[in-house]
Design a protein around this ligand. Structure first.
Ligand SMILES: [Zn+2]
Length: 247
C-alpha cells in the first residue's frame, strides 16, 4: 500500500478513535462515581446501597381510587421523590416502573391473569437487581371506617431482616403521623404476593388511608410527600445502622 494512502487512512481513523477513548473514559468515570460510596463515615450511610422501589399498580390498574384520587399516581410521585433523594445520597436505585404503565400488560402471556403477571414481573425486577432491600409503595383504604388513618408497614416472616426494616420505617412514619394528627400503627406481618415471593429483604409501605379526608389531602400534597420520603430515608438509615452494629 502506498505510504500516502496509509497516512490518509490512519488520519481518518484518528478522530473516531479519539472520540471512542473519550466515551470510554466518561463511562468509566460515571461508573466509578455511581458505585463508590461517599465516605461520610456516618452510621447508616446510604451511599453504595442498592435499593429497589416498587410503585404499586399503574396503567389500567389504578389501585384504590375515587373519582378524584388515583393510588397509582401517588405511589409513583412518592417513589420518584424517594428515588431522587436516595440517588443524591449515593444509593443505587432501580424502579419497577418509572411511568404510568401496567407491568402485567407488558409481560409475556403465561396462562396467568394480567394482575398476577404484573406482580411476577415486579418480583423478577427486584430479584435480578440483587438489591439490599426493596420498598413497595402503596396507599391504603378502609371504606367502612373512614376515620382510620396513618401509614402502615408490612413484612413477610419468610425474610428474617424484613421485620426489623418494617419496624424502623414504621417508627419514623409514626413520628410523622403523630405530628400531623394521624394514627400510629405497629408494623405487621402479611402474606402479600410480593412479600411471599421475594427472597430479598423488603416491605410494603402503605403511605396512608385515602378514605380519610385529611390524610387524602395530605397524600396529594407535594410537601407532605417529601415529608414521607424523609421519614423513609431516616428509617432506612436506622435500619442500616442497626444492621451494621449486628455484623
Ligand atoms: Zn395498592
Amino acid at each position: 500500500m502506498p505510504r500516502l494512502v496509509l497516512l490518509i487512512r490512519t488520519r481518518k481513523l484518528m478522530w473516531p478513535a479519539a472520540a471512542l477513548m473519550v466515551l470510554l473514559i466518561t463511562v468509566i468515570l460515571i461508573r466509578v462515581g455511581l458505585t463508590s460510596p461517599i465516605p461520610d463515615g456516618a452510621p447508616g450511610n446510604l451511599a453504595g446501597r442498592r435499593i429497589a422501589i416498587d410503585p404499586g399498580h399503574g396503567g389500567i390498574d389504578g389501585g384504590t381510587n375515587r373519582p378524584d384520587f388515583l393510588e397509582k399516581e401517588v405511589n409513583l410521585a412518592v417513589a420518584l421523590r424517594l428515588r431522587d433523594d436516595l440517588i443524591a445520597r449515593g444509593a443505587e436505585v432501580v424502579l419497577t416502573r418509572e411511568e404510568d404503565i401496567d407491568l402485567g400488560m407488558m409481560s409475556p402471556e403465561d396462562g396467568d391473569g394480567r394482575y398476577l403477571r404484573g406482580l411476577k414481573t415486579r418480583v423478577s425486577i427486584i430479584e435480578q437487581n440483587q438489591s439490599d432491600l426493596f420498598l413497595s409503595i402503596h396507599v391504603n383504604a378502609n371504606h367502612r371506617l373512614p376515620s382510620t388513618s396513618g401509614p402502615m408497614v408490612f413484612y413477610s416472616r419468610k425474610t428474617p431482616a424484613s421485620r426489623a426494616l418494617a419496624e424502623t420505617l414504621q417508627a419514623r412514619l409514626n413520628a410523622l403521623a403523630e405530628e400531623k394528627g394521624l394514627k400510629r400503627h405497629s408494623a405487621g406481618p402479611a402474606r402479600f404476593f410480593l412479600l411471599e415471593n421475594c427472597r430479598t429483604t423488603g416491605v410494603i409501605v402503605e403511605l396512608g388511608f385515602m378514605t380519610n379526608r385529611t390524610e387524602r389531602a395530605l397524600l396529594e400534597n407535594g410537601d407532605y410527600q417529601q415529608e414521607l420520603v424523609q421519614a423513609v430515608i431516616e428509617g432506612l438509615k436506622d435500619f442500616f445502622a442497626q444492621e451494621g452494629s449486628v455484623d
